[in-house]
Design a protein around this ligand. Structure first.
Ligand SMILES: NC(=O)c1ccc[n+]([C@@H]2O[C@H](COP(=O)([O-])OP(=O)(O)OC[C@H]3O[C@@H](n4cnc5c(N)ncnc54)[C@H](OP(=O)(O)O)[C@@H]3O)[C@@H](O)[C@H]2O)c1
Length: 246
């Protein structure tokens, strides 16, 4: 059956690679991002790859008062929404956030509150129609606070918890809520980082997201081995963990 998929943060490298896989399945896509030129090029590419239909809307997702009208527009163009992927995010400068609450608040707004604002009306729609899937990219960074990125980690940790509650609520409405926790991924967000053996390509993460949506999974670490790494990180006693420069 053809999916009617809303992709929020569609210019993200991970979202683009994921959208390609759904386009190849001839699904109908509605893309949202803040850069109209990028969206136009991505939409053209997805059409060539086989998407049944691709529409897009340019929107800065920090404009919370525009969320509802964007969702209504997507709903109209797709003639209903059954799958949602939320992928936007920013990896803000941790040191700058520590010095300036305004920067911290902005990071929390983009990475956490904007998703809550989006998912409030989306969840209500899917709950009412009694089917669908909401997939959201959180992060392994949300599993434990670390000095190098705990503001971003706080937003992702809160997001993971929010999704856990939402999944619990929507289970009886036959709506799946998927929490995606990638490890290190080579994308523009991490362009300045030194890459090593643990780094994955966006295509690898995309395939994991695609499979998890199809299988209506609850939560996935991507690549899978991050499940083991994060189990060790989570279980480490605080007395030791707080002394580590992570
Ligand atoms: N890369 C990693 O190592 C990694 C690891 C774990 C989780 N994640 C998460 O994966 C998701 C996708 O990131 P990515 O790795 O694919 O990086 P990316 O290519 O840099 O994607 C981030 C996207 O978010 C968009 N965005 C940021 N603020 C926005 C706003 N206010 N309005 C609209 N769009 C906005 C950016 O739009 P522009 O293109 O217009 O700037 C960009 O397309 C994010 O949620 C990220 O936190 C990434």
């Amino acid at each position: 059956m053809m999916r009617k998929m809303l992709i929020i943060g569609a210019t993200s490298e991970i979202a683009q690679a994921t959208a390609k896989l759904f386009a190849e399945q001839h699904d109908a896509l509605f893309l949202v991002g803040r850069n109209a030129d990028k969206l136009e090029a991505i939409a053209a590419d997805l059409k060539v790859r086989g998407a049944h239909q691709v529409d897009y809307m340019a929107l800065d997702l920090n404009e919370f008062d525009q969320h509802l009208s964007m969702i209504e527009q997507a709903d109209q163009r797709l003639e209903g929404i059954d799958t949602v992927l939320v992928a936007h995010g920013t990896l803000d400068d941790q040191k700058a956030c520590e010095q300036d609450y305004a920067k911290t608040e902005q990071a929390l707004r983009t990475n956490f509150l904007s998703v809550v604002s989006l998912l409030t009306p989306i969840a209500n729609r899917l709950e009412k129609q009694h089917y669908g899937c909401i997939a959201v990219i959180s992060s392994v960074a949300g599993d434990r606070g670390r000095q190098s990125n705990y503001i971003y980690g706080t937003a992702k940790g809160a997001l993971t918890l929010f999704l856990q509650g939402l999944r619990n609520r929507l289970h009886s409405a036959n709506v799946c809520v998927l929490t995606i926790k990638p490890g290190f991924v080579d994308t523009p967000m991490t362009a300045s980082f030194k890459k090593g053996a643990l780094w994955a390509k966006p295509e690898t993460i995309a395939y994991g997201i695609y499979r998890a949506i199809k299988k209506r999974k609850n939560s996935v670490y991507l690549p899978w081995f991050w499940w083991q790494i994060m189990m060790i990180i989570r279980l480490m006693p605080e007395a030791i963990f707080k002394r580590m420069k992570l």
